[in-house]
Design a protein around this ligand. Sequence first.
Ligand code: 13P
Length: 260
Amino acid sequence: MRRALVAGNWKMNKTIEDGRKLARDVAQGIAQENPSGVDVLLGPPYLALTAVAETVSGSAIGVAGQNCSHHPDGAYTGEVSVSMLRDAGATHVILGHSERRELMGEGDGLIARKAAAASAGGLTPIICLGEPFTTRKAGKTLEHIAHQIEHSIQGAFTSPPPGGFIVAYEPVWAIGTGLTATPEQAQEAHAFIRERLEDIFGLECAQETRILYGGSVKPDNAADLFAGPDIDGGLIGGASLNGGDFLEIIRAARTDSAST
Ligand code: 13P
């Protein structure tokens, strides 16, 4: 049985002090409500990682980096390694986000190398994929996703890595736009991703791997999206910057949410 996971991707937002405050708000909300069956991750920018990890230490909340280098160390100006992320308190790292693919020119091959390095270094990679609008309009969404799985996930691992990995399906046209995939569109993509994982890595890996939906998840649409049997929670951008909204989304993912 997969546990739900709600992860906040703060992107390039929050100073160290603001990050500490947001992490405190989320941790206090979770301590009060004790939501069952849902894991929570916060993904602050690098500079706020240590402060956020210190703030949530002792709680059930984990911390994720938003990117990492595939190199272990060395002369790579501006880069941050897997061991540095771990040292700062991260347990997970978001990789292959469409903003990095589109704005920083990261391709599937590089993402695969980063995923392999993260996993070997003890971080659980959250590997993002999803189609642009033109691809969906052309009816090629599943083809596009299959290609990304083959090159950014199968390219990273010949067999399921010991700590596992997480997939985030984020249709590019839904990110930060206020447009969301319908629950049916999201479920179709997630079921397809799980089928492909089964073909590549076998049934156990496919059943255990959590597949998150990302793209304009808000308090008012989260429960409908998370109801899909292959949707194991969300990767939340804008709404994770507000403690109240993020907590409401966490509530929508809890296994005891039916009556709340
Ligand atoms: P929004 O929730 O702001 O659409 O961002 C989604 C996202 O990119 C999470 O990684």
